[in-house]
Design a protein around this ligand. Structure first.
Ligand SMILES: [Zn+2]
Length: 339
């Protein structure tokens, strides 16, 4: 009998089952009422009295081992048949990807970063404005033809409510509420009543800058802009200023940089001139300072403004302005490594 028990113990240690049915067959073979072990228990009464103690212990050991082994095999199946552990077939096969910054945001951040190194801080303002902050305070008299250059969207019931055409409106707020020295940047979205094409849109983005203090001169403006152009487009970039007209600056200028695509030699992008226009600038008109409560006999200042789309086109050669607002992932993904 002892030998039979030992033989079964060995057998049980080797047990393996390929599926639930096989496992159930093993349980019946060893642990059911008519199974091998129960048969041995039935035979126990025939064991000689002096051996009962030893054989009894062995029998119990066998029964426990068999039970443990069957449970162990059952657990192993449980792990693979448990629904909680089934792979979720609805999940995407690709790992979750982080998005990228929009190219306009990348460039806006870069502009702000460059000017912040020379002391400019950032101010923002509302996109829905009134006539005074967008036009009146900035020296656009009513009916003045300069307003035609910046047609925008008005509320029919109240033409005093409009979408700002430039972030200069934030300058009006800042000048009216802060005392000089003021050295600030104004990034934001602006609106114009324009037909949408590859080179114009009804909304775009600007970064404007304003510096007001005692004895600010045109030379200060030129130096700040030259620093910006070289930081943004490279050390070899040259600038040139051409006389221009804006209602809120006097004198006014437009700034070109040497074409960064052909290096100034001339190419289709710069229309073979070697120069591309990037921003407008000038000395703040004394009327504007006075409109905002700043004494124009004590203070002077310069202002500049650039289109973020324009700078982005120059940096990344985006051919069509509309791509910036189409949300086409194939376009946006190209800027993944740009920061
Ligand atoms: Zn060129």
């Amino acid at each position: 009998m002892k030998n039979r028990i030992k033989q079964l113990l060995e057998e049980i240690n080797q047990l393996a089952a390929g599926n639930q049915e096989e496992l159930e067959a093993l349980r019946i073979k060893y642990l059911s009422k008519k199974g091998e072990i129960s048969t041995l228990f039935n035979d126990f009464r025939n064991v000689a009295n002096e051996e009962k103690r030893d054989v009894g212990q062995l029998l119990n050991e066998l029964k426990n081992s068999a039970q443990d082994k069957i449970n162990e095999l059952k657990d192993a199946f449980g792990a693979t048949t448990n629904t909680e552990n089934k792979p979720d077939l609805t999940r995407s096969a690709d790992p979750v990807k982080l998005g990228t910054r929009h190219p306009l945001s990348l460039v806006k951040h870069e502009i702000v970063d460059i000017f912040s190194r020379i002391g400019f801080t950032v101010a923002e303002g509302p996109e829905i404005e009134d006539d005074w902050h967008v036009f009146g305070a900035l020296n656009f008299p009513p009916e003045h033809p300069a307003r035609d250059m910046q047609d925008t969207f008005f509320i029919e019931q109240n033409p005093d409510v409009l979408l700002r055409t430039h972030t200069s409106s934030v300058q009006s707020h800042v000048m009216a509420t802060q005392k000089p020295p003021i050295r600030m940047l104004f990034p934001g979205r602006v609106y114009r009543n324009e037909a949408i094409s590859y080179r114009a849109h009804c909304f775009f983005h600007q970064v404007e800058g304003l510096y007001i203090d005692k004895d600010v001169s045109f030379a200060d403006l030129k130096q700040a802009l030259m620093y910006f152009a070289k930081e943004m487009f490279g050390e070899n970039t040259e600038i040139r200023l051409r006389p221009s007209y804006f209602p809120f600056t006097e004198p006014s200028a437009e700034m070109d940089i040497s074409c960064n695509i052909c290096g100034g030699k001339g190419c289709p992008f710069c229309k073979h001139t070697g120069w591309v226009e990037i921003l407008g600038c000038g000395m703040v008109d004394p009327n504007v300072l006075e409109n905002c409560g700043i004494d124009s006999k004590v203070y002077s200042g310069y202002a500049f403004g650039m289109g973020v789309e324009r700078i982005t086109n120059l940096k990344y050669q985006v051919k069509d302005l509309r791509m910036f607002s189409e949300n086409d992932v194939r376009f946006l993904q190209q800027f993944e490594s740009a920061y």
